[in-house]
Ligand binder design. Structure first.
Ligand code: C5P
Length: 408
């Protein structure tokens, strides 16, 4: 973790804490200017590793810290990267430990710039950024907003969570490179009148984790989602919808594509689509008439998006590659028997069943236990684990299916 001398260095402390929590080990390397903003003691305490900041440190036995650090790290992050640091990197200068190790570096480098907007927009910085991008350096941010100097514009360092996600994407093997996925997530809302609706407890978390896992694996993702409160996953193409009928339109559009052929290689439908909607949505708010009677609701069935998509699956006409459809089923009680019947009825390639009454499974939780059922009726049980891990495994299974259709 290389730190340049900018006020955003305080956010790098949070980044170090988050990365360590996620299991990374961090070696902090600070420029002299960085130590005007954060102390070596703080960096050492948070990273659990002594600070490196001298090119010629007497304590280093071989004096080759810059070479060793450049080689050993899986990823070098520079946060904050000041205008001066970017200029020195672009020039290939090596006049302190951080720039020397960056010059000796062969593996990936992620840079999170932070500076005054005028400095960011200056032609000299533009040139340096272009040079570094051409050299293969990854950039994240800067973002627009208020600056510490009182001005506003583009120059704020990306948030620690954003830099962390960016680091994960760089480090994840690209098993879905060049593939496009369609994912549905969250609940749908079926309106009764302008103020009321029928919906369910779906949080959208499973679909969100799948979207993130697919993006990390190099896929492009179209995320069609009902009303949720989750932050948009960076880099996904979002299609927010409200009702099941709107979700059907958006999903078929993405699946069928254009005259040039279908856009998506695989679809994972995690949305908890409402099975029924009011036959008629009232134009005005339904009034309470008297104290004793209640209105009767007449419901009608919503389209089954998964079943319709499966009916339209088959190969991509453009390149003859098979397309893969995965469904999710929230069940209670006799989950497995129902799951087999449902997979056949819906015609999908894989069905992930979860018993929403089991502890730690289902709506709003961060964990899930699923049983996968394939076309050949084979079952695979994945015990309770984080939704993030379930997503990672399911994305690996989908990557396998789109490349080797016989494993269906
Ligand atoms: O029938 P059930 O709701 O249990 O099926 C669950 C699976 O079917 C999920 O993948 C869900 O996204 C999908 N589904 C759908 N359209 C519906 C109902 C469910 O696509 N109307």
């Amino acid at each position: 973790m290389g730190l340049g001398g900018g006020i955003a260095a305080y956010k790098t402390l949070e980044l170090i804490r988050r990365l360590r929590e996620a299991g990374a080990s961090i070696i902090p390397v600070a420029t002299e200017a960085a130590l005007q903003f954060v102390t070596g003691v703080t960096l050492q305490a948070l990273s659990g590793t002594p600070l490196r900041n001298a090119l010629f440190a007497p304590l280093e036995a071989d004096g080759m810290d810059h070479i060793r650090l450049a080689r050993e790290a899986d990823l070098v992050i520079v946060a904050p990267a000041t205008a001066d640091l970017l200029a020195r990197m672009a020039q290939g200068q090596a006049d302190d430990l951080l720039t020397a190790l960056l010059l000796a570096r062969r593996g990936p480098v992620l840079v999170a710039p932070a500076m005054n907007p005028a400095m960011w927009e200056h032609p000299a910085t533009r040139r340096n950024v272009t040079t570094l991008q051409e050299d293969g350096i990854h950039f994240i941010g800067p973002e627009p907003g208020a600056m510490a100097c009182g001005e506003s514009g583009t120059g704020r360092m990306a948030e620690p969570a954003t830099i962390q996600e960016s680091a994960r994407r760089i480090l994840t093997p690209k098993i879905l490179a060049g593939r496009r996925l369609l994912i549905t997530a969250g609940p749908t809302r079926e309106e009764l009148d302008p103020v009321r609706f029928i919906s369910n407890h779906s949080s959208g978390k499973m679909g969100w984790e799948l979207t993130l896992a697919a993006l990390r694996a190099g896929a492009q993702v179209e995320l069609i989602h009902g009303p949720v409160t989750l932050p948009p996953p960076m880099g996904a193409l979002l299609h927010p919808v409200t009702s099941a009928c709107q979700m059907l339109d958006a999903t078929l559009n993405a699946w069928l594509g254009t005259a040039n052929g279908p856009r998506c290689d695989a679809a994972i439908l995690t949305a908890a689509v409402a099975d029924y909607r009011p036959e008629q949505r009232q134009h005005d708010k339904i009034k309470k008439t008297d104290a004793t009677s209640a209105p009767h609701l007449t419901l009608t069935q919503n389209p089954d998006i998964l079943a319709m998509l499966s009916a339209w699956s088959g190969v991509r006409p453009r390149d003859g590659r098979p397309r893969v459809i995965v469904g999710f089923a929230a069940e209670t009680g006799d989950a497995l028997a129902r799951g087999h019947a449902k997979r056949i009825r819906k015609g999908c390639d894989l069905l992930a069943i979860n018993d929403v009454t089991a502890p730690g499974c289902g709506f709003g939780t961060d964990t899930n236990g699923v049983t996968l059922i394939g076309r050949d009726g084979r079952e695979e049980v994945w015990p309770l684990q984080s939704k993030e891990r379930v997503a990672e495994r399911l994305i690996a299974a989908v990557a396998e299916l789109v490349s080797h259709p016989r494993s269906l």
